[in-house]
Design a protein around this ligand. Structure first.
Ligand SMILES: [Zn+2]
Length: 506
């Protein structure tokens, strides 16, 4: 990768030249102008955070290096930082200010197994063989969220704006493993509005249901072992129960709403054929467009497990693994965000960056479109079948989604290819416009009680259509050992790639 791809490049053409009217409006607001200046002055610090997190490449619940860097950076920047809340050592909550209004950025910084890749090259070349890595770009969330919150803090100080700006870095988004616990712990009780931050190939927001509800559970059957040839009649085959559960669910599929999704992995299927297995285990994901619909299918799955146990004479138990409500994005908040998206506009991509994107898309067999030049128009995003546990937050607090353009269109996440650009100049420029539009949106929310009131009224109507209930069993604790073994296997090999930066905002 050319050195220029790695370095943050100053945006030579101000957004004002691209979108004269909108930006002139933003420039008229000295608070936003100050926020933009803070972001530009600290662009290097922001991308140092994001790039550092890329090389930490930490899996969910194991984000120890990442949250340490974020804690040090935000503490030095004058934020009050709480690391380890809600029983999760890598759960980070940071805030500046006092009282209401309280506006929170919600995001995450976890990587994915097998995602290690040398950035800048779209030939498969892991930094560490089989190691984890940022093949979705969550590393960029660390920089953008911290930068935007610091810019807001600076504006609050200079303009005597009361209230609180907060950031929630929730662990293990990729396994939907933390937000229901954060909601249960009461983190969002006194929050007036949430902006959920995520990387994408677009500068965009959206309203209404943005993705799917999901329930993830592990079913274990217990039988009785016996010799497969000598006395199989004495055995109770727990793997037979797994098979029957699978067949039972397949019979149900015809009678489910077309919106449903269900998939499973058999995580224990016996040892060898001549041993009747006394254990069988199957891990299920059930999804639908709404949580009541997903829960309806899940309840039927429980009945199927019961039936499979009856048929095989086995016993069974089920362990909650994770859950996520669909994200309910508040239209009032989204409209406010869209104004700032349109005012800030997309980055000015260099011809070299466009060429890189086109070559990459061609090599990946995707439409050769290059990078987007205009923000996504309002309402341009429909509900997807993926899930994100931050959805739970959006049913207890008015929330809207916000994405910034730091990846290449057509390059799908959860593939190593998505780890090619998270530390490139494309990513860095996308982070700059992301931090600006995010900071400007928070300033609008903090200084407009009418806006927050309108968002609350809308929230009361929309969220009451489907009253929130938690899927977390009352005695359930977060699985803090998630990914521990996998992560520890690779840490020593990953360490030589660490950037050893200590970014300080000014
Ligand atoms: Zn994500």
């Amino acid at each position: 990768m050319p050195a220029t791809m790695r370095r943050w490049m100053t945006i030579a053409i101000p957004a004002a030249l691209m979108l004269p009217l909108a930006c002139a409006m933003a420039a008229e607001d000295p608070r936003k102008q100050l926020a933009f200046e803070v972001v530009e002055r600290n662009a290097q610090q922001m991308t140092d955070i994001s790039d550092s997190l890329f090389y930490f490449g930490e899996l969910g619940m194991q984000e120890f290096e990442s949250t340490k860097l974020l804690k040090d950076t935000l503490t030095a920047a004058g934020f009050k930082v709480d690391l380890g809340g809600a029983g999760m050592p890598t759960n980070l909550w940071a805030e500046y200010g006092n009282g209401r209004p309280k506006i929170a950025i919600v995001t995450e910084v976890d990587a994915l197994p097998g995602g290690s890749q040398t950035p800048g090259t779209y030939e498969r070349k892991p930094l560490v063989k089989d190691g984890p890595g940022h093949m979705e770009g969550h590393n960029t969330h660390g920089g953008v969220a911290s930068m935007a919150a610091f810019a807001v803090k600076t504006v609050m100080q200079r303009h005597n704006i009361p209230g609180t700006v907060a950031i929630s870095f929730g662990p293990a988004e990729e396994l939907l493993a933390s937000r229901p616990f954060l909601v249960r712990a009461g983190y969002f009780k006194d929050v007036d509005a949430v902006i959920y931050l995520h990387i994408r190939d677009a500068l965009a927001t959206g309203f209404g249901l943005q993705n799917y509800a999901a329930i993830s559970s592990v079913f274990t059957f217990h039988g009785k072992t016996a010799h497969g040839a000598n006395n199989p009649w004495d055995g109770k085959d727990a793997v037979d129960a797994i098979e029957l559960m699978d067949i039972g669910f397949d019979k149900l599929r015809e009678h489910l709403r077309p919106t449903y999704r269900a998939h499973r992995a058999i995580t224990f299927g016996g040892i060898q054929p001549n041993i009747i297995p006394d254990k069988g285990q199957i891990w299920w994901f059930v999804r639908d467009a709404s949580m009541p619909a997903a829960k309806g299918t899940y309840d039927k799955l429980l009945k199927i497990a019961e039936g499979a146990a009856l048929m095989t004479g086995t016993t069974w138990d089920v362990k909650y693994a994770a859950s996520a409500w669909p994200q309910l994005s508040n239209k009032t908040l989204a409209e406010a965000i869209q104004k700032n998206i349109d005012a800030v506009g997309m980055p000015h991509w260099s011809e070299q960056e466009q060429q890189f994107a086109r070559d990459f898309q061609k090599a990946a067999d995707k439409p050769v479109l290059g990078l987007q030049n205009t923000p996504t128009p309002f309402g341009g995003r429909s509900q997807t079948a993926a899930s994100n546990d931050s959805g739970d937050v959006s049913w207890v607090t008015p929330a809207a989604i916000f994405t910034f353009p730091s990846s290449v269109p057509g390059i799908e996440y959860h593939e190593w290819k998505a780890a090619v650009t998270p530390v490139s100049s494309i990513s860095h420029k996308g982070q700059v416009v992301g931090a600006k539009a995010l900071a400007a949106s928070i300033i609008d929310l903090m200084t407009s009680p009418e806006l927050l009131q309108k968002a609350r009224v809308e929230f009361e109507v929309e969220s009451k259509k489907t009253p929130y209930f938690s899927l977390v069993p009352p005695d359930a604790k977060p699985d803090v050992d998630l990914n521990r073994v996998e992560m520890e296997k690779y840490r020593a090999e990953m360490r030589p790639f660490y950037l050893s930066k200590s970014p300080r905002f000014n």
